[in-house]
Every structure is written in C-alpha cells, then in structure tokens.
Design a protein around this ligand. Structure first.
Ligand code: SAM
Length: 294
C-alpha cells in the first residue's frame, strides 16, 4: 500500500477495516494532509538517526512520516484499540530495518510519563531527543507545562495545538492571551510559530483552527533561581484576572501596606493588573515576595 496514512482515502480505509471511530473524549482528530505533516517534520528538522518522542500517534499518520525520515520513534498512547492498527498499518520495513527496531509504543498517559524509566532501554539519553506531536487538544496546556518542567533534556518541542493556545505562547503583556502559560514558556523557551493549519486538514474536523509551534530551550536563561516558586507566584498573581495584582497576592502577603510596598518597589501602582507586568517584573516580584515571606 503506497498511499500515506495521512491521506483521506487511506485513513477512511483504516477506519472501515477496523470498525473504528474517532474518540472525541481523547481528542482524536487525525491528520489527513501530507503537506501539513511534511511541514511538521521539516519544522522539527527530523533527519536520519534522530530520536523522537511522539505524543498520541493515533493511526500513525505522523509516525509514518517520522519513520520514513529516518527517526527512531517512541510514542505514548492511551487508546487500546490502536496498538494492533499501528503495528499492522505502519511500514513493516524502513530501509533495511524492521519496524520493531525503529518504533516503540508505550501505552500510558503522557502526563504520567517517566521518560528515563519508560524509554531508557530504547533511546540513548546522551544523544539529542526531539518531541513531536499533533497533541490531544483537551490536555494541551498540562502537557506543555509538564514537558517544560520535566528533567528531560530535549532539543526541541514541535507541537500542533489549537490556535488559541499557540497565541498564548507568543503573547505580549497587556493582551488577553498573556498569562501563566505565556510566562512559564517564555522564561524557558524560544517560541516560533511554524505553520497555521485549517481544520480541513483533519478527520474528523476539530471546531478550532490549529497551529504548529516550535519551542527550543533558551540559551540565555533568565535569572530565576527557583522556577517552582516563580511559577507559583505567577499563577497566584493571575488567580483572578479581573482583580488587581495586589488582591491576588493576599494569600502570601496579608498586610495591604506591605503589598503596596512590594508593588511600589516594582515602580507600579497598587491598582496594577497582573497582565500589565512584563516577564522581568514578574521575576523581580518573585524575588521580592520570597524575601518578604522568608
Ligand atoms: N498523531 C495522530 C495524527 O496526527 O493523526 C493523532 C493525533 S490526535 C489529535 C491525538 C492522539 O492523542 C489520539 O490518538 C489520542 O488517543 C491520544 N491521546 C489522548 N490522550 C492522551 C494521553 N493522555 N496520553 C497520550 N496520548 C493521548
């Protein structure tokens, strides 16, 4: 069968052959557009010998192209109908190598992944690891938080997500999209919008438009000594977006005058709202709050 899995005809044939139906509650929207997948593979700069972790292979549309590009692939999936389909439909030989030597399926919620433990025997952790996925949209935000906070030393994350979340990743202060996710990501990663994708590239079609984003670790990191504490202060600052920063900080600084003092030290007014602070100001805020509560 020469038609790629990422085509409407082949995908429909697979759906018919296995009496399967896309599971909405698992975010199953399969890519049927080879040009979009080639765009993802190119954005991730996948080449022969690369080690790729894929999240949610589905029926293998992206997996197939990653394998054909020469990558070794580990994929996390939760739908128990899929292992048989993947092992039957993916190419059995890639060049002169067997599928089993190039592809490992891990039936596990990616949010519970322990990469060293799950993959240690299949991947060489002293060599670069890339993460590539057409994400299940219902858990895009927790997946991104988990990946950027994990110990895994990846060289890039290339992720298809709903357009709204992509907009949060590239947002600037004083915009609606700017928030804890923006700040957690931009303090750790370079963010590059690679491709906008219409819902017609999927089967079934999601309600939202999509975008492919490439995240790479920042070389010049910000001066953040305790990222956990920093993320905590940012989350708290945005706990209620309509409230002032001062009101949101109440749980850690009870006294109003003391909150005013901290906020004035930042050169800001007591009525300032969280989305008005730059990343640098949040970093200073976290230092001030930590010293205050210490
Ligand atoms: N990669 C395929 C494609 O591009 O056509 C499928 C992508 S589909 C948008 C998302 C996939 O993630 C589905 O196959 C779904 O079963 C899987 N998935 C959902 N929740 C998951 C989880 N917690 N951990 C791992 N995979 C999950």
């Amino acid at each position: 069968n020469n038609m790629p899995i990422a085509s409407p005809l082949r995908t429909q044939a697979i759906v018919n052959r296995y009496f399967m139906h896309a599971k909405k509650n698992l975010g199953q929207n399969f890519l049927v557009d080879l040009a979009v997948i080639n765009g993802i593979v190119a954005a991730a700069e996948v080449s022969a010998g690369d080690q790729v972790i894929e999240i949610g292979p589905g029926i293998g549309s992206l997996t197939e192209q990653l394998l054909l590009a020469g990558a070794k692939v580990v994929a996390y999936e939760v739908d128990h109908d899929l292992p048989d389909i993947l092992h039957n439909e993916l190419p059995q030989k890639i060049g002169d190598q067997l599928l089993l030597d190039k592809f490992k399926l891990i039936m596990k919620d990616v949010l519970k992944a322990d990469f060293q433990d799950d993959i240690g025997t299949f991947f060489d952790f002293s060599k670069p690891i890339k993460i590539v996925a057409n994400l299940p949209y219902y858990i895009t935000t927790p997946i991104i938080f988990n990946l950027i906070q994990s110990d895994l030393d990846f060289v890039s994350l290339t992720l298809m997500m709903q357009k709204e979340v992509a907009e949060r990743l590239v947002a600037h202060p004083k915009s609606k999209a700017y928030g804890p996710l923006t700040i957690a990501v931009q303090t750790r990663m370079n963010v590059e919008l690679a491709e906008q994708v219409k819902n017609t590239s999927f089967m079934p079609r999601p309600k939202v438009d999509s975008a492919v984003v490439v995240l790479t670790p920042l070389e010049d990191r910000f001066n953040i000594s305790d990222y956990d504490y920093f993320d905590h202060v940012v989350k708290l600052s945005f706990a209620q977006r309509r409230k002032t920063l001062s009101n949101n900080l109440k749980p850690i600084i009870q006294d109003k005058d003391e909150r005013e003092q901290v906020i004035n030290t930042l050169g800001l007014d007591l009525r300032v709202r969280p989305e008005e602070l730059t990343i640098e100001q949040f970093i200073t805020l976290a230092h001030l709050v930590k010293n205050h509560t210490a």
